[in-house]
Design a protein around this ligand. Structure first.
Ligand SMILES: [Mn+2]
Length: 228
């Protein structure tokens, strides 16, 4: 992760996974249904895997999700990309389950929790697929203007998402939420909303066809937004 830019260049074909949130069973089901990064039975020789962040918290098996994804990253470094989500932050995952899981299940839980959060600080925040699809966990917020701003984001970085009113670009990309007409956004101090007009303008200015994101739950598992 250290050797790549904060905006990772990727090539299709790709399989892309949204928030896992400690649901190791769901990750196993996805791999069983769609193939896994496996040199023997899988398709990792011609297909890449992109995970959009929020590996920990909420579910009961954050440790298994993180351990498996990091092992896959080590086995297939150029084929597996792990982006950072807003829960890859100690200020957040101390409160939504990951810290408690480490303390309960590991002999030296505090050390495990701290060490894994140090890995999170190294994760890139965005990927650019075939130069035309931007993938991020949260979105583009209100202030992001171009892809160079993403490429230049510093790492390792502690973003402290719990802090009010001091959003930097990394925080914005990780926690931005899209405002869909008629659907209110759960307001929190670190939510930066962006609307379909921003999506269209950002795509036009940067030669993009699509922004691909996770972070917000939708009824059918995926949803199109801001399409003409
Ligand atoms: Mn999220």
């Amino acid at each position: 992760m250290w050797t790549t830019s904060s905006l990772v260049p990727l090539k299709a074909p790709l399989k892309i996974f949204g928030d896992l949130h400690g649901q190791f069973g769901d990750l196993q089901r996805f791999f069983a249904a769609f193939g896994s990064p496996n040199a023997y039975t899988g398709d990792v020789d011609y297909c890449s895997y992109l995970f959009l962040g929020d590996y920990v918290d909420r579910g009961k098996h954050s440790l298994e999700v993180v351990a498996l994804l990091l092992a896959l990253k080590i086995c297939h470094p150029s084929r597996v990309t792990l982006l950072r989500g807003n829960h890859e932050d100690p200020q957040v995952n101390a409160h939504y389950g990951f810290r408690q899981e480490c303390m309960r299940r590991c002999r030296d839980g505090a050390h495990v929790w701290t060490a894994i959060n140090q890995v999170f600080e190294m994760m890139p925040v965005a990927a650019l697929i075939d130069d035309v699809v931007l993938a991020v966990h949260g979105g583009i917020g209100e202030s992001l203007q171009n892809l160079d701003q993403l490429r230049e984001l510093p790492r390792p970085v502690s973003v402290n998402l719990s802090q009010r009113n001091v959003l930097n670009e990394t925080q914005t990309v990780l926690s931005a939420a899209i405002r869909i007409r008629g659907v209110p956004i759960r307001s929190s101090p670190n939510t930066v909303a962006f609307a379909p007009d921003r999506v269209r303008a950002f795509c036009a200015a940067n030669g993009l066809k699509l922004i691909l994101r996770a972070h917000q739950c939708v009824q059918d598992g995926f949803e199109w937004c801001a399409c003409d």
